[in-house]
Design a protein around this ligand. Structure first.
Ligand SMILES: [Fe+2]
Length: 258
């Protein structure tokens, strides 16, 4: 049954060396130091394994506010559009790292159109420990380094950061640029995006999302206590040309603990 859900936010591994983008291999210093990316995301169901036939159209308003809607939803995760792996395990946690900054604005893009780097489009779903029941209203904090591996920790517009909330079908989505690798502890970190997930009744999750093909995934990750060898934290990115621009698309399936 088609329905419409408004995303009105108030505060809120052998998997290696196959297709890693050159820009993301750039090494740079990780010293400290946008607005939303104008445009429209058309998130079809093909890369989500869907049999539900939904289309997710997210219109971004180019500012700090999120103007997004999920339209024509044929069915939710429990209908098989995101059945995921056969096993059912909670998503692994990972270290917070030193660059978290509270107070990020609610918006569907972490960067402005002028932000250098390959474009990134992440969709996701937040699920109950049963791996079936979608969890709405999960508050999701997202932050990452830029394409050169540098974090912005000072800007007033919270560049490369955003606050999201899962919709009625547990889904969330955002756009950004592919984060770069950066030097740390005498080595290099794999490219990653940081997340926290919070929802009443469930154990808060802090973790990092990694990408297949990154040569610095564990055991090559300079971070000795990070979990870049956890299968639940590594996703494939698929390139898609759009208006002359290559977008790297991926899907993050998140299973919380009770
Ligand atoms: Fe990091």
């Amino acid at each position: 049954m088609a329905h419409r859900t408004a995303l009105a936010l108030d505060r809120r591994s052998a998997i290696r060396c196959l297709s890693f983008g050159s820009a993301a291999l750039a090494a740079a210093s990780a010293s400290g130091c946008g607005e939303a990316l104008p445009g429209t995301i058309d998130l079809g169901d093909s890369d989500l394994g869907s049999d539900a036939g939904f289309g997710l159209d997210v219109a971004l308003d180019g500012g700090s506010g999120l103007d997004a809607s999920v339209t024509d939803l044929g069915a939710g995760p429990d209908a098989g559009w995101d059945a995921g792996p056969a096993s059912c395990e909670p998503t692994a946690s990972d270290v917070t790292g030193p660059f978290f900054r509270p107070g990020a604005p609610s918006r569907a893009s972490l960067v402005g159109a002028e932000e250098p780097g390959d474009r990134l489009e992440i969709t996701g779903v937040v699920l109950d420990p049963d791996c079936q029941t979608p969890l709405d209203g999960a508050v999701i904090d997202v932050w990452q380094a830029d394409a050169e591996g540098r974090y912005d920790t000072t800007s007033a517009d919270y560049r490369l950061r955003a606050l999201l909330m899962s919709d009625a079908d547990g889904r969330f989505a955002f756009t950004s640029v592919r984060p770069g690798n950066y030097p740390d502890a005498g080595g290099m970190r794999p490219a990653h995006v940081h997340f926290t997930f919070s929802r009443p009744g469930y154990t808060p999750l802090t973790t990092q999302l990694y990408f297949e093909g990154d040569p610095f995934l564990a055991p090559n990750d300079s971070c000795g206590v990070c979990n870049s060898d956890e299968e639940s934290l590594i996703i494939a990115l698929t390139p898609e040309g759009r208006d002359g621009v290559t977008w790297w698309k991926g899907h993050f399936r998140v299973v919380l603990r009770s």
